[in-house]
Design a protein around this ligand. Structure first.
Ligand SMILES: NC(=O)c1ccc[n+]([C@@H]2O[C@H](COP(=O)([O-])OP(=O)(O)OC[C@H]3O[C@@H](n4cnc5c(N)ncnc54)[C@H](O)[C@@H]3O)[C@@H](O)[C@H]2O)c1
Length: 397
């Protein structure tokens, strides 16, 4: 059993608390910090937390607390991590790690310097669908991954600080792109170095300084491409979809808007449908168990199992730092409109890789381009001569 201080009592803190304590779990929140007395007290009452405070350090330093779960707005992440280091408490933190890579690097250095357990709460690489898909990728079922696209779009966030560029560190790229980048990184291989980023971003709809819509490409050293599509202007709910293309197969996942649960309601008794759902009448696409579908349960299981066995979790502050560095390059590219290098002060993966060659030999003189069976019964091979480069067709019986 681990005793936890929850920092923040808002949207994500409540999802985390529901996951941590919702299934007769062993782990227990023993202290809650919130900015205002009434919200701290309400959270304490809802989750049976014995101690509440409006002073962040008091929660971290509380003698019973072993693990600090940081669920605060982005601009408070660094302060919270530094307190965990000061009081030598294990720290698990929501996404993004920092508002930028410099902030993330300071947190990484401080946590590793203090020798504290550090976990990065990137829930979307822990969804049951994702874990199963990743297992298939790792066992070679779809060959080499050459493109991994992740999309997260919704009609915009739920609290004022997200819309303030200084407090959030940016718009939908930092808020949602962090999920997409880490999803693609997992599929492509976390030991494959991200090299450069090309990104388009714009403020198309909202009256804000930050971007409300963006698309980016991340090129990895082995030639694979990660793609992110993010928006705060998308209408129709929370769209979380991934596509992975490998040399031997394909994966498509729809994580939220279509989970296999469809319902029609005239609106007689209007219920909560799912996160960011825009309506609760007509045809609806509810989510059966958001905590599970969004990966929170498996994420905390990995974090606490790792803590108890003295291992690193699957996602650490180092991963959060790499994500921030990729997003920094995306912001630079959106301005310069050029490919921008990913500037990494620390890299612990492979180096010196070349773009993978996926050419398939047909015989000593030819590569196989494609096999085709047509609607009129022909079977043919398209081949390329290795010496002359000529493309030919060969009909087979
Ligand atoms: N899927 C996810 O992983 C996910 C989803 C949503 C939010 N988040 C992250 O969680 C963090 C918190 O987001 P949220 O959605 O819970 O926000 P929120 O606004 O709902 O809650 C923020 C909490 O921080 C507290 N707080 C303390 N000082 C504050 C201050 N000066 N200004 C504003 N709030 C202050 C508030 O009282 C509140 O309890 C952010 O880093 C966000 O990116 C992650």
């Amino acid at each position: 059993m681990k005793k936890i201080a929850m920092l923040g009592s808002g949207f994500i803190a409540r999802f985390y608390a529901d996951s941590l304590q919702g299934y007769r779990n062993r782990d227990k929140i023993v202290s809650i910090y919130s900015r205002r007395e009434e919200t701290a007290q309400k959270f304490a009452a809802d989750y049976f937390v014995q101690h509440w405070t409006t002073t962040m350090e008091e929660a971290v330093a509380h003698p019973e607390v072993e693990v600090v779960c940081i669920a605060l707005p982005n601009f408070l992440h660094e302060e919270a991590v530094m307190l965990c280091c000061k009081h030598r408490k294990a720290a698990i933190i929501t996404k993004p790690l920092g508002r930028n890579a410099a902030e993330a690097k300071r947190m990484l250095d401080a946590a590793e310097g203090a020798g504290i357990f550090n976990g990065y709460l990137e829930d979307l690489v822990y969804t049951p669908k994702f874990l199963k898909a990743l297992q298939s990728v790792n066992s070679g079922s779809i060959g080499n991954v050459i493109w991994a696209k992740s999309r997260e779009t919704h009609p915009g966030p739920h609290s004022e600080w997200f819309w303030d560029m200084e407090k959030a560190g940016g718009g939908c790229i930092i808020d949602l792109g962090c999920h997409c980048v880490e999803i693609a990184r997992n599929y492509i291989g976390k030991d494959i170095k991200p090299m450069e980023v090309m990104c388009w971003a714009a403020t198309q709809v909202k009256p804000i300084e930050a971007e409300d819509h963006a698309i980016g490409l991340v090129r990895y050293e082995n030639g694979a491409i990660g793609q992110f599509e993010v928006s705060w202007t998308f209408r129709g709910g929370l769209d979380l979809r991934d596509e992975v293309m490998g040399t031997e197969g394909t994966i498509w996942t729809n994580n939220f808007l279509r989970t296999g649960f469809e319902m029609y309601s005239s609106g007689k008794a209007a219920d909560y449908v799912a996160e960011k759902a825009e309506n609760n009448t007509g045809w609806l696409f509810p989510v059966g168990d958001e905590l599970n579908e969004l990966g929170y349960n498996h994420m905390f299981m990995d974090m606490f199992n790792a803590m108890e066995s003295g291992q690193q979790p699957r996602e650490t502050f180092y991963d959060g730092y790499i994500v921030n560095a990729i997003l920094d390059a995306a912001y630079r590219s959106a301005k310069t409109k050029h490919w921008e290098p990913v500037q990494l002060e620390v890299w612990r993966g492979k180096v010196g890789l070349h773009e993978d060659s996926h050419l398939v030999d047909y015989d000593a003189d030819h590569y196989l381009v494609k096999e085709e069976v047509t609607h009129y019964g022909a079977k043919k091979l398209i081949l390329k001569n290795k010496h002359t480069g000529k493309i030919i067709e060969k009909l087979i019986a």
